[in-house]
Design a protein around this ligand. Sequence first.
Ligand SMILES: [Zn+2]
Length: 357
Amino acid sequence: MQPQHKRLLGAAATGLAAAVAAHILRRWRDRRRIRRMTKVELHAHLNGSIRPATLKRLAAERGLDAACLDRKRTLEVCFEIFALIHKCVDSLEIVAVIAREFLEDLRADGCAYVELRTTPRALQGRTEADYVRTVCRVLSEASGITARLLVSVDRSRGPEAAAKTLAEVAQLRRSDATVDRIVVGVDFSGNPTSKHGFDAFEHLFREVRDQWGLGCALHVGETPRSDGDSAKILAFAREKPRRVRFGHALAFSDDELRGCASLIEACPSSNAATLDLARLEDHPRLWCHFHSTGSPPLAICTDDTGVFGCSLAGEYLKVWDAFGPVDLVRVVDDAAAAAFDACCGEAVRRRRAMYNV
Ligand SMILES: [Zn+2]
């Protein structure tokens, strides 16, 4: 090789190495910024957010097999983990531990405000009202993060059970100032193929929205199949969209969602498992949001960190890797604007001022 060719080759190699180094440095800085940035969590189920280490410990204490936690999170494995959680969470003390640990994890991930949701259960002789009171106490004692509660109505338990739970919550809100301050909405959840359609619960959500003045977070369109039940939920939401958020809403186009809800709660890892996506780039709602104009606002949420093996910061990073560069600060601002407690905006501003991210 001629000396001048060697020099040219050397210069090209040096330039390439510098470009690769700059790319790696930029990527590292982006990821560090996203990990530390101030976030908001609007869709997290309390029991499903159990730390895997805690679940393993509880399973061992009860002689239950927890091997599912070490397997790849297919939908089948996720259902096994849900069943294991249900067996292990058998006291209010454990519920309180899960809530405290999850709040710690969220704070470490940069979360300034969270709305946790849970279906009250009567456990070991304690009532559903005791359950709500216990969770509200833990959330009210959180430091470095503002935490609120959505009471979940599990549609598979039927409308009578939901009415009974909500009547107890209404009574608690009148008699307990902490519960009144912490409960900011009601969630509609449970198996979407249950025989109980939304119309059996609609009067309850109307009461929550119009008489209690609280928000309604409705699971809808969790799979690509849109059915009559979804149409009823969309019609209800259209009446007062600012009081309603949708969880998942994977079944709908931007046009179908227009004017329905203040925000869509997107849960990347959970949705990827439900839709069996090989890559997050194919997530229908995230794709619409980041590729088209006029798409409804969305929040990045975790759904069930303990089940899907994810974290809030990790979900932001996944979205960045699949769709970035995108404006994640705008995503957080949209989430703050759609929170059911107006104090969320102040919590976000406070953390941003404190950490400058
Ligand atoms: Zn959910």
